[in-house]
Ligand binder design. Structure first.
Ligand code: NAI
Length: 704
């Protein structure tokens, strides 16, 4: 099958028209491809010598689906459903050779063909739900006509790539390996011609609703509502598939289209599509020349085998990169390595790893108490105590022993990276790699660029993030970088609201309903209230003017109520349980403190709680953008979704603000500035960037 540079190639071999998708890199079904497919099918139909049409891909992927850049509009005809209709109504059989992944519209294209052939290692999927929509080109109507309703629902509602071998009924032939596919497909196509096999139209398959299927849909819808709480599209996916059983094909398509449009109009679809692009945009760092070459990372060292060091080391072992871990004392090292082994063994117990994999990963992890053993590593990540003097001591040692060109990274969450860099003779090699806890699980990696960090070090870090399956976001140096700096006003307000009369439960409930996995009080208890306390201790100068600042949390820590690990914090916990139980004693502490500080307690509405927690966080994000600590607002959104569980259906805090309108956010900040007395005057001044954008009727997203 020859390769040409047009988006769709057309060749004829004997009685077969060979139509090749050739839209690099992923055969996104752009207008050019859609026109090319229609033209090719029409050409084949008008040629008497052609008896069947073979649709295949020149690329490793069959097709990644819709061209999402077209979502913003324009003249898009012919639309995909029209293309698929031309294929399905072809009077000559159309055979799809699905040699690689077929996703979204790509799979819908294959489903509209009369025969489908693939190989056993292939995966296909309908991921539209992740963009807040549903398959809108017949996928919800054709898939259940080929396979059973449960399989169709699972695929469409989860959006997950699915092994073709689990999709009974969808493919007419599945060969064992990709190598055999082309020959087998051509033999199959020849059979279709020679045996005059029929034009098998999926749309002709009749489905009807039975009481069993009705019950399945009912149960499925309930499960989806519970599992995908807050998301709009999954429920609509169920309704669309159900329509395949309650409507004939044509009406089913119309219903799918109606449901698709309902999804498309939601703020969730906008948010999820924004996030799709945001994640991809995060890896594009501006200002670094294309020809800058990343350094090779073949051997890594981690200093400190504590909570973070252990998790960080696991990331590299998981990616097949050897790691040497350094601790000052052998017993701390032994403890750290034993904990890593326990983590791996727990994964093996859950069936996520084999025992061979556990041993293979452990074999990549070695320990040492001597800096001399780090002379050959390409990257060192320091994860020792959060104290500048300790960090400087460690970096001083690294400066002495590490080879030239080794990258020296710190996992500090609050300390000044530039100060650390200034303490060594090679500040250009110093960078922050801020992992989130648990470091082997959380997807986010804040990559902190120091004043002197070299471009190739940044490039290496961005590349490395991908190697260890993290989403790397480049940020600048400031207290708490992007994520923790923005979480600070959020936590401050949650605490202040308690003084003003809200309960931890009320606040957590509002935040949970908004879509975060847990509210600030549950999160504080889980992380340990002592952590926040130590951060405050290091910043007393900055907060001393506000005697109410996290005062209840300070009192709780003073009483030893540091959270879940001791069974009490902002809540109580029964032994062995993580379920927070409201504690009247905490409410009483808040009452007493409010009285002492002259704060009048009152009933606080859920709306006020939401605005008071989220808008200052957004306001801090605006300052971060203004200062260039984050280079684009979408980077902040990626940080918040992957580091803090901000709901994807809101797109991240900055997209959420753009959706509400920046003038509204600014006005509500001003409202609290005016109504909360001195406290409001101090903490609720809108960022100048927020003001400017609000005045101009612009969004954060417009600042690209
Ligand atoms: P940790 O207390 O669990 O571990 C620190 C480890 O470093 C201990 O095992 C200690 O023995 C070792 N250590 C201390 N001084 C050392 C030295 N001079 N040489 C070698 N080893 C030394 O602390 P954790 O939580 O792992 O934090 C480590 C770093 O990671 C801190 O900078 C922290 O701010 C940062 N971080 C922590 C997060 C968390 O959620 N715990 C999240 C993100 C960053």
């Amino acid at each position: 099958m020859s390769k040409q540079s047009t988006p769709v190639t057309y060749n004829q071999e004997q009685h077969l028209a060979l139509v090749g998708l050739n839209g690099a890199p992923v055969n996104a079904l752009s207008k050019a491809l859609r026109i090319g497919i229609i033209d090719s099918v029409k050409k084949a139909l008008s040629d008497d010598k052609v008896k069947a049409i073979v649709l295949y891909s020149h690329l490793p992927l069959f097709s990644a689906g819709a061209d999402i850049s077209e979502f913003s509009g324009g003249d898009l005809s012919p639309m995909l459903p029209e293309v698929l209709d031309v294929i399905e109504q072809s009077t000559k059989p159309v055979i799809a050779i699905v040699g690689g992944n077929a996703f979204g519209g790509g799979l819908e294209l294959a489903l509209a063909c009369h025969y489908r052939i693939t190989h056993a290692k292939n995966k296909v999927g309908l991921p539209e739900v992740h963009l807040g929509i549903l398959p809108g080109a017949g996928g919800t109507q054709r898939l259940p006509r080929l396979t059973d309703p449960k399989t169709a629902l699972d695929m469409i509602v989860s959006g997950a790539p699915t092994p073709v071998t689990t999709l009974s009924g969808v493919f007419d032939l599945i060969v064992d390996s990709a190598d055999e596919l082309q020959a087998a497909a051509m033999a199959f196509a020849t059979d279709v011609v020679e045996q005059q096999m029929p034009v098998k139209k999926v749309c002709d398959i009749e489905l009807s609703m039975t009481s069993d299927i009705e019950a399945l849909f009912e149960q499925y819808a309930q499960g989806v509502a519970a599992k995908t709480k807050g998301y709009f599209a999954p429920g609509h996916c169920v309704l669309a598939v159900k329509a395949a059983f309650t409507h004939d094909f044509k009406d089913g398509l119309a219903r799918e289209s109606e449901l698709f449009m309902e999804c498309m109009k939601t703020s969730q679809a906008r948010a999820q599509q924004h996030f799709f692009f945001a994640e991809r945009a995060a890896s594009h760092v501006q200002g670094i020349a294309k020809d800058v070459v990343a350094r090779d990372i073949k051997q890594v060292a981690v200093i400190g085998a504590g909570t973070m060091g252990g998790g960080i080391a696991m990331n590299f072992a998981n990616a097949g990169i050897p790691v040497v871990m350094l601790e000052l004392k052998q017993d701390a090292l032994d403890k750290g390595l034993a904990l890593i082994r326990r983590n791996y063994e727990n994964s093996a117990k859950k069936g996520k790893l084999t025992t061979e994999q556990v041993e293979q990963r452990m074999s990549l992890l070695t320990g040492t108490t001597s800096y001399e053993d780090l002379s050959n590593v390409d990257l060192v990540i320091e994860a020792v105590f959060e104290k500048m003097s300790v960090k400087k001591e460690v970096f001083g040692m690294l400066d002495k022993v590490c080879k030239p060109g080794a990258i020296l990274a710190s996992n500090t969450s609050t300390l000044d990276l530039n100060e650390i860099a200034a303490s060594v003779s090679r500040p250009q090699d110093v960078i922050g790699l801020h992992f989130f806890s648990p470091a082997n699980v959380m997807k986010l990696l804040e990559i902190v660029r120091g004043e002197k960090t070299a471009d190739d070090v940044i490039k290496t870090a961005m590349k490395l993030a991908k190697t260890i399956r993290k989403v790397g976001v480049l940020v600048g140096v400031c207290f708490g970088f992007v994520g923790n700096r923005m979480i600070e006003p959020y936590g401050r307000e949650a605490n202040r609201l308690m003084l003003e009369g809200a309960t931890p439960e009320q606040v957590d409930k509002v935040i949970g309903k908004f879509g975060l996995p847990m509210g600030p009080f549950t999160m504080g208890d889980m992380a340990g209230l002592d952590i926040g306390y130590f951060v405050r201790e290091s910043r007393r100068e900055f907060i001393k003017h506000d005697p109410s600042y996290c005062i209840v949390a300070d009192k709780l820590v003073a009483q030893g109520r540091v959270g879940l690990k001791v069974g009490k914090g902002a809540y109580l916990y029964e032994q062995g349980s993580r379920q927070p139980i409201p504690d009247p004693e905490v409410i009483e502490i808040a009452k007493q403190e409010a009285k002492r500080l002259g704060i009048q307690q009152r009933e606080i509405s859920d709306q006020e709680i939401l605005e008071r927690c989220i808008y200052p966080l957004i306001n801090e994000g605006a300052d971060i953008l203004k200062e260039g600590i984050a280079s684009k607002s979408s980077d902040i959104d990626v940080i918040y979704v992957y580091g803090y569980g901000f709901p994807v259906f809101r797109g991240g805090p900055m997209q959420y603000a753009d959706e509400i309108g920046l003038a509204e956010v600014r006005d509500r900040l001003n409202h609290y500035k005016e109504t909360l007395g001195e406290y409001g005057q101090h903490w609720f001044t809108p960022s100048s960037l927020l003001n400017d954008l609000a005045d101009a009727g612009k969004t954060f997203g417009s600042l690209k």
